[in-house]
Design a protein around this ligand. Structure first.
Ligand code: SAM
Ligand code: SF4
Length: 497
């Protein structure tokens, strides 16, 4: 049961959303029947057709264009395992071409689990009476941030339930606190947001505090399913309010936005075409597509039976296909794989799906980092993560596999966002900066936080490997990178290109 204050807040906000719906100026761009007919028309594609689309995805990579829905439907309907191997190789090639062989690391920070909604899949839903509800206060935010920066994190995604205790004003206050909390060399340099859709005025205030990407996951693009899993009477009931949530954000100047689908609510084939149409709608309206795409897959959540019983749960093999298709369809968009997935799947998806960003050392309970030694806090968390290994262990595995762990936040602070970022990503030149900044931020990690095993592999293998890459591919900045590394050894921090 909600208390009277939350009840009132929800009803007032719901009326405002209904009013917005009535006056909404945008046309729904998701036509369920049309998506299914595209998928049906492209059933059993010829091998030559699939190969042509793979080649097209490769050439799109340096031209900054996306595949069409028809082309994505061909990939979705591909069955031949050999063709799939070519798709996976291409996903990896695109990722290497745009971003280089680096993985950007971040942590989710759950600020609140108070929520007026009742989404059928989520542990924070109203119907979960066993959850200990909480919105962190200033001291608690500070404790969480200290715990994160003390293990080496520099980038966060701040996550919020939808509730008067965690409204736009609370988001502004907590993000300010996150940015101003410092410990030694530890600081958060980029704070992204995952929160409910807002009104323009609220977005304006949030933009002013200097956020990174604003993420809203549509959860499902299928209208009927959306209605079934987001009960009427809640703030999440309006499909269009959510669908155009990022349009409103971009309208007021938040230029990095992130899309996502919660895979497992409806047929993954349908959802992929929905995602593509959403990316295209943003690009058509603002000239800039999504900065990132996330593809959370349903995992167990306390008192949310749908999370494990949905008839559309996605198998591991199909999940890898989803990640790879996203990489081919939007080659310039950051691809985020979370710790909802077990480590073996994460490892496979990096290679076969061209993933570019991952969380590590993750806890999804409110206050979870202050109790880092506990893998799960069932009465405080949203769902069960399957990869709870420490940031340091995760980094070690990345190094072993030949990747560069990166904490780079330079793009956003150098103004490479929105329309300034897109040409670099679309023409595949951003990787030169990504690798250089990746080396510098990884070196900071090695100097300040790494275990002996990571120091060893970092200094002996990873840093030399990527320095060689810079020397060969971007010789003009090589001496500067070397000089910056020296300065880091002499305790200068936050050097970037
Ligand atoms: N409350 C805000 C909202 O709904 O927009 C913020 C998002 S919520 C805290 C973060 C995301 O977690 C949701 O958008 C959803 O996609 C995902 N999620 C919820 N329940 C999940 C589950 N059981 N398994 C995996 N992901 C889940
Ligand atoms: Fe609340 Fe978001 Fe969970 Fe829905 S997904 S119950 S809105 S926290």
């Amino acid at each position: 049961m909600l208390d009277a204050k939350a009840d009132l807040w929800r009803d007032k906000r719901r009326n405002e959303i209904i009013e917005w719906d009535k006056n909404n100026k945008w046309q729904d761009f998701i036509d369920d029947g049309k998506i299914w007919s595209i998928l049906r028309e492209r059933k059993k594609p010829e091998a030559s057709e699939v190969i042509e689309i793979i080649e097209k995805a490769r050439s799109n990579t340096t031209q900054g264009t996306m595949l069409s829905p028809d082309e994505v439907a061909v990939l979705i309907n591909t069955e031949d395992p050999e063709l799939w191997d070519r798709i996976y190789e291409t996903a990896d090639w695109i990722k290497q071409t745009v971003y280089g062989n680096r993985i950007v690391l971040f942590a989710p920070l759950y600020l609140s689990n108070t929520c007026v909604n009742n989404c059928a899949y989520c542990g924070f839903r109203q119907a979960n009476k066993e959850l200990e509800r909480k919105a962190l206060n200033h001291n608690e935010v500070e404790a969480e941030v200290n715990a994160l920066v003390n293990v080496g994190h520099k980038r966060l995604i701040a996550v919020y339930g939808e509730h008067p205790d965690s409204d736009a004003e609370y988001i502004c206050k907590t993000v300010k606190k996150i940015y101003t909390t410092r410990m030694g060399f530890g600081e958060i340099r980029r704070c992204n947001i995952n929160a409910a859709p807002m009104f323009n005025e609220e977005y304006r205030n949030i933009k002013q505090i200097g956020i990174g990407t604003y993420q809203i996951f549509q959860e499902t693009y299928h209208h009927d399913t959306y209605r079934q899993v987001h009960p009427a009477g809640t703030l999440k009931e309006s499909y269009l309010w959510r669908l155009f949530g990022l349009h409103r954000a971009m309208e007021v100047g938040i230029d990095d936005v992130g899309l996502g689908v919660l895979f497992g609510l409806y047929d993954w084939r349908f959802e992929l075409i929905g995602l593509l149409q959403h990316a295209k709608a943003l690009e058509n309206e603002f000239g800039v597509g999504p900065h990132t795409i996330s593809y959370p897959r349903l995992v167990y959540a306390e008192n949310a039976p749908l999370a494990t019983r949905s008839k559309y749960l996605v198998s591991d093999d199909d999940f890898i296909k989803i990640v790879a298709i996203i990489r081919l369809m939007c080659p310039y968009t950051g691809s985020i794989l979370t710790a909802r997935e077990a480590y073996p799947i994460r490892r496979r998806a990096i290679k076969q799906g061209g993933v570019s960003q991952m969380d590590a050392g993750t806890r999804v309970g409110v206050g979870g980092y202050a109790e880092m030694e506990k893998e799960h806090l069932p009465h405080k968390e949203q769902f069960y993560v399957k990869d709870s290994q420490s940031l340091d262990d995760f980094i070690y595995h990345l190094c072993e596999d030949g990747y560069l762990p990166s904490f780079c936040t330079a793009g956003y602070r150098e103004g490479r966002t929105g329309e300034n970022f897109m040409p670099l990503a679309k023409h595949a030149t951003v990787k030169n900066l990504c690798i250089a900044n990746g080396i510098l931020t990884f070196k900071e990690y090695v100097l300040d936080y790494a275990s002996d095993k990571v120091k060893k592999i970092g200094e002996n293998k990873t840093i030399p490997l990527f320095l060689d890459w810079i020397q060969t591919h971007v010789p003009a900045i090589y001496p500067h990178v070397r000089e910056y590394l020296k300065r880091e050894e002499n305790n200068t921090r936050d050097l970037h290109f």
